[in-house]
Design a protein around this ligand. Structure first.
Ligand SMILES: Cc1cc2nc3c(=O)[nH]c(=O)nc-3n(C[C@H](O)[C@H](O)[C@H](O)COP(=O)(O)O)c2cc1C
Length: 326
């Protein structure tokens, strides 16, 4: 039986979530992954409250862009100033958001040193105050995403999970690494299991190191988590969530062909050109080249050449020629 995941009033079609990823989880990528199937919920990247409230211009428009096909979508925000985070959450609610997620997990020094993201795990009481303030300020379901702790003091499973549950959040996503670990080492799924055992009313979503359908099945089995969030794995293989969904339903794992991958790659480039503009889109797209290179079996010279191209149209023409697609 496939696990079911409900976040307050939101019943997810599948228990599989695409992680918020700054610079990657934008509208073109979300729509491309949704079209492949299996996705229960996607997130925006972490939104700076200043940009949400007073930012202007094309960057903010592109960050906040969504569409009727882009459902279900959670908006993630973060910050060290609870009043500002509350205001951003209210603004997002007034502008049609369906769910607010609070980031208590970003380990980037610039953010954590200011006391935001995973920086909050150094002072769990303040994290709780902020989360409670946001929950009380909006009618939308509010969720949190956190790491195990800032350092080896694993605040998540030594109290914080239970206390977060009391704030009224509708789900807790746990990336099973500490803040100082960044992305090194391995995610400690035993801590996800502990969080699952602690949380009585709120679903725990497991996160960390899912790169194959087999690993996702193992995480469900070993931790008892109610949902799984996939991050880096989906950047390398946009089919991953669909493949996990097939595995959960006992269907065979059908890997896409190189032709399908090449077509996806080009469609993604075109979608970015439409979204960000014919000049900027293809240049922004270059960050995807190293992600897709292994599954497209790109040789080093081609990859290097594409990363150097300064003209979007030239890049597209070269891609079409090299991958032999119309
Ligand atoms: C490029 C990149 C950007 C990320 N940006 C965010 C973000 O904006 N908000 C957030 O909560 N986590 C962010 N993360 C962390 C992921 O959401 C996820 O927790 C982490 O990658 C672990 O999952 P994985 O092992 O499946 O990649 C980011 C990760 C990467 C690799």
């Amino acid at each position: 039986m496939t696990p079911e995941l409900t976040l307050g009033p939101l019943v997810l079609p599948t228990p599989l979530l695409m992680a918020p990823m700054a610079g990657y989880s934008d509208l073109p990528f979300r729509l491309a992954v949704r079209a492949l199937g299996g996705l229960g919920l996607a997130f925006t990247e972490m939104l700076n409250p200043h940009s949400v409230l007073i930012g202007g211009g094309r960057k903010r428009t592109a960050l906040l862009a969504t569409s009727p096909e882009d459902r279900l979508l959670g908006h993630q925000t973060y910050g060290s100033d609870p009043a500002l985070v509350v205001e951003a959450a209210r603004w997002l609610e007034a502008h049609g958001a369906a769910l607010i997620d609070i980031n208590l997990g970003c380990p980037t020094r610039k953010i954590a040193n200011r006391g935001a993201g995973a920086g909050f795990l150094k002072k769990p009481d303040q994290a709780l105050l902020m989360v409670r303030a946001v929950v009380q300020a909006v009618r939308l379901p509010v969720t949190v995403k956190l790491r195990l702790g800032w350092d080896t003091n694993l605040v998540s499973t030594t109290g914080l999970i239970g206390e977060l549950e009391q704030t009224g959040v509708k789900a807790i996503t746990l990336h099973a690494r500490t803040g100082i670990q960044g992305y090194t080492g391995v995610a400690d799924w035993r801590e996800i299991r502990r969080a699952v055992e602690t949380a009585r009313t709120v679903p725990v979503i497991g996160n960390g190191d899912i790169f194959t359908p087999g690993q996702a099945l193992a995480m469900f089995r070993e931790t008892g988590c109610r949902g799984i969030m996939v991050g880096r794995g989906i950047l390398k293989d946009p089919w991953l969530i669909r493949r996990i969904w097939d595995a959960l339903q006992g269907k065979p794992d059908i890997e896409p062909t190189r032709e399908e991958r090449a077509r996806f790659f080009l469609d993604h480039l075109d979608a970015m050109a439409r979204h960000y503009g014919e000049d900027t889109g293809p240049l922004l797209f270059r960050k995807w080249i190293p992600q897709y290179a292994p599954s497209l079996r790109l040789d080093k010279a081609t990859k290097h050449r594409w990363l150097q191209v300064r003209d979007g149209r030239e890049l597209r023409a070269d891609i079409v020629k090299c991958l032999a697609i119309e």
